[in-house]
Design a binder for this molecule. Structure first.
Ligand code: SAM
Length: 230
C-alpha cells in the first residue's frame, strides 16, 4: 500500500525525531503504512573531513549558523527523491502554526520539514523553501520538536490514523471553539460531582450543554478564536 502522506525531515538529529515518532499512534500509523516518515541527516551533506555543516556568522555574534550550500544540497536530494514535495522551514520567524494549517497540510501527499539547530540558518536558505512555519512565540533548541508537532497534528487528520473517526469531530479548534469539559468514572471525586446533565441520557440536551460550555470557555479563554465565529 502506498502511504497516504510522506514526511521527510531534514535534521542533524534523526534519532531525536525517531524517538518521538516510533511509538503509540504515529508508530502504529507508520507500521500499517498509512504514513511514512523519512529522515535526512544534514551531516551527510557536510563539507570536508569533519563534515562541517555550520560556521560563524558574518559580522560577528554568538553561535553557529547552518550553511546555505550544505542545506541546499540536502534539500535538493530530498526534492530529487520526492518530486513535488512541499518544503517547509521551521523557524520562529515563520507563519504561526494552527489547526487550520494542519488541515491544509493533511491534503498534501508529500511534505518536507527542515529543522534548524544552533543559531539557525544562513538567510539564503529561505529561497530554497516554499513556506516558513513557527509553532509558537518561544525558542526551542532545535526544530525537531517543531517538526514532530507538525507531523503529529497533520497525521491524526489522515483517515485511519486515529482509531475512531469520531474522536476528531468535536475537538478543540474544530469550528474555532475549545472543547467542552469531559468526565469519566467516578461520578464524585474529592467532593467534585460530574454535571447531572451528562448522566441524564438525554442526548439532545447533552449536545446543547456541550455546545454552551464550549462557547463559554472559548469566550473566557480565547476571545480571539470566539470572535472569528461571530
Ligand atoms: N536564532 C534563531 C532566532 O532567533 O530566530 C533561533 C534559532 S533556534 C535556537 C534553533 C532552531 O530551532 C531554529 O532554526 C528552528 O528550526 C527551531 N525553532 C526554534 N524555535 C522554533 C519555533 N518556535 N518554531 C519552529 N521552529 C523553531
Amino acid at each position: 500500500m502506498k502511504p497516504r502522506i510522506t514526511f521527510n525531515i531534514i535534521t542533524l538529529f534523526p534519532e531525536t525525531v525517531e524517538s518521538m515518532t516510533d511509538y503509540s499512534i504515529l508508530g502504529r500509523a507508520i507500521e500499517s503504512g498509512i504514513i511514512d516518515i523519512q529522515t535526512y541527516n544534514i551531516r551527510d551533506y557536510g563539507q570536508g573531513k569533519r563534515k562541517q555543516v555550520d560556521d560563524t556568522p558574518f559580522g560577528g555574534g554568538a553561535g553557529m549558523v547552518l550553511k546555505a550550500d550544505v542545506m541546499d544540497k540536502a534539500i535538493q536530494k530530498v526534492k530529487e527523491e520526492n518530486p513535488g514535495t512541499k518544503v517547509i522551514l521551521l523557524t520562529p520567524k515563520g507563519e504561526k502554526y494552527s489547526q487550520k494549517k494542519a488541515g491544509e497540510l493533511s491534503k498534501k501527499k508529500n511534505i518536507t520539514l527542515i529543522s534548524g539547530h544552533y543559531e539557525g540558518f544562513d538567510e539564503r536558505i529561505r529561497s530554497f523553501v516554499d513556506e516558513e512555519v513557527s509553532i509558537g512565540d518561544y525558542i526551542l533548541t532545535g526544530g525537531e520538536l517543531a517538526a514532530v508537532a507538525v507531523v503529529d497534528s497533520v497525521s491524526r487528520l489522515i483517515p485511519g490514523v486515529l482509531g475512531k473517526e469520531e474522536s476528531l469531530a468535536k475537538e478543540s479548534f474544530e469550528e474555532n471553539l475549545l472543547e467542552y469539559p469531559q468526565y469519566t468514572q467516578p461520578r464524585e471525586y474529592g467532593g467534585m460531582e460530574v454535571p447531572e446533565i451528562l448522566l441524564s441520557g438525554n442526548h439532545a440536551a447533552i449536545e446543547r450543554w456541550r455546545r454552551e460550555q464550549a462557547e463559554k470557555i472559548t469566550r473566557k479563554r480565547r476571545k480571539d478564536l470566539f470572535e472569528n465565529n461571530q
